[in-house]
Design a protein. Structure first.
Length: 456
């Protein structure tokens, strides 16, 4: 072992000596001939490689003085300016380099990376495309181009570019990972969430498995496999991959979060709580982690702590309708009815079709004897879900005024049409029919018992 270490040190020392030797000879050549352009360029490259960026910059500037059409000189100056965060100077030098040597794939590619770094996405896309035009076997250019194609209409093109990069370089880990990530969920429209492209779970699995054959410790590949298996309800497989991800990175909050979901699905609630809490120690602003932890704590009768986490969920995502809904439920349990009503309304303001929020708000209004509001929210619930048996049943109960006899009867019957075994609907309908309390057209009370119908 000692001999191996010694040989390694000797090898590094030898390479360093060769570079120093090359550097001294280049400097000697320039003393003899200061206008030796190639020597200046090579010396600049050597100085750059050893980290002497200022010295390298000086040499490349001399190259440009000797030949103001030296594309590689401008290119090197552009790279150095980018390193110094002098973006305008870097861009000027890149432009000069690509103008002189427009068919150089490396210059076009590096210019694309620089433009991507300064958030000029359209221009970066253009230069990655030009790099590919100059060299159709340039896997990194296909990969970077795919990474920028994020619009829904570019989905297919992004997928093809990842695949081309992998065709050229089959063990291209990043391309395999982002291709798998792209196809595992399909594509959704931004406005309504409609799938334009169906998820290709099996294809994604094959991508991530190829990564793990090359690098079994790839935490993100294990995470994504775990996520897919969760979706497919293959929880044991999911757990295996997610635990590997956490083993490889103990601070991997997303993997810990998904382990919490898996543990919950496997009825290991205490483990789920531990995983969610561990996840939050590494990323405390995850609204989803706070949400699921809050629900679990409530199930374990820790209502106050559950409320605390749900409040954090809506703090970190103010549009989180389900978090407002469950907050309202928990506050109602604590008999804080005003706060409960406020949070039901917040859920509905963010999602006016939130069936359960309007339903439970209707029940709360009924409990508070605010029957007009109760009726309105039950009707809103039925608008959201016309097959919701309980909404019809409770609407029938709310309409207990003789003037509403016909409507109440109709709603009980509708509940029973949907679910003929709903015994409480049978019971209250029977009470309604046997009482027969209704109003005449002139507003006078009349009792017309429907005893035979009530018996049925």
């Amino acid at each position: 072992m000692a001999k191996t270490v010694q040989k390694t040190k000797e090898g590094k020392s030898k390479k360093k000596n060769v570079k120093m030797d090359a550097k001294s000879h280049l400097e000697q050549a320039l003393k003899i001939n200061p206008d030796f352009l190639d020597a200046r360029y090579e010396l600049g490259c050597l100085l750059r490689d050893e980290g002497n960026l200022k010295g390298a910059e000086k040499q490349f500037k001399e190259v440009i003085k000797l030949n103001n059409n030296h594309a590689d000189g401008y290119f090197q100056l552009a790279l150095l300016a980018a390193e110094f965060k002098k973006n305008k100077l870097a861009r000027d030098n890149f432009e000069k380099a690509v103008t002189i040597k427009f068919d150089d794939p490396e210059i076009q590619f590096k210019y694309g990376l620089f433009l991507k770094e300064i958030k000029k996405v359209e221009e970066a896309t253009e230069h990655f495309g030009k790099a590919i035009e100059s060299n159709q076997n340039f896997p990194e250019a296909y990969f970077e181009l795919a990474m920028l194609l994020r619009d829904p209409e570019d989905y297919d093109q992004a997928k093809k570019n990842y695949e081309t990069a992998i065709d050229i370089q089959p063990d291209y880990i990043d391309a395999l990972y982002y291709l798998g990530k792209l196809v595992m969920n399909g594509l959704k429209k931004d406005n309504d969430g409609t799938l334009l492209w169906q998820p290709e779970k099996d294809y994604a699995i094959s991508c991530f498995n190829k990564i793990l054959k090359t690098d079994e410790n790839h935490a993100k590949a294990n995470l994504r496999l775990g996520m897919i298996y969760v979706d497919q309800e293959e929880y044991e497989k999911a757990e295996k991959h997610l635990k590997k991800a956490v083993k490889q990175n103990s601070r991997f909050s997303k993997a810990l979060y998904h382990l919490g979901l898996v543990s919950k699905a496997l009825k290991k609630e205490k483990s789920a709580i531990k995983f969610f809490k561990r996840s939050l120690t590494h990323f405390s602003k995850s609204h989803l982690t706070h949400f699921h932890l809050g629900l679990l704590l409530r199930e374990h009768n820790e209502v106050n702590e559950g409320i605390s986490h749900l409040k954090k969920a809506v703090k970190f995502n103010t549009e989180f309708d389900d978090a407002y809904y469950y907050l309202a439920r928990f506050l109602e349990e604590k008999e804080d009815y005003e706060a409960a009503k406020e949070h039901y309304l917040k859920a509905l303001s963010r999602n006016h079709k939130h069936r359960d929020a309007s339903f439970h708000l209707g029940l709360l209004m009924k409990k508070l004897n605010m029957m007009e509001e109760a009726k309105a929210y039950m009707e809103k619930t039925i608008e959201a879900d016309q097959n919701f048996t309980e909404a019809y049943y409770y609407l029938g109960m709310i309409l207990n005024d003789p003037a509403d006899y016909a409507s109440a009867r109709k709603y009980y019957l509708t509940a029973l049409d949907i679910n003929p075994k709903y015994f409480m609907a049978h019971y209250h309908l029977a009470n309604l029919l046997s009482s027969g309390r209704r109003l005449n057209k002139d507003g006078t009370l009349v009792i017309k018992k429907e005893l035979e119908r009530a018996k049925k």
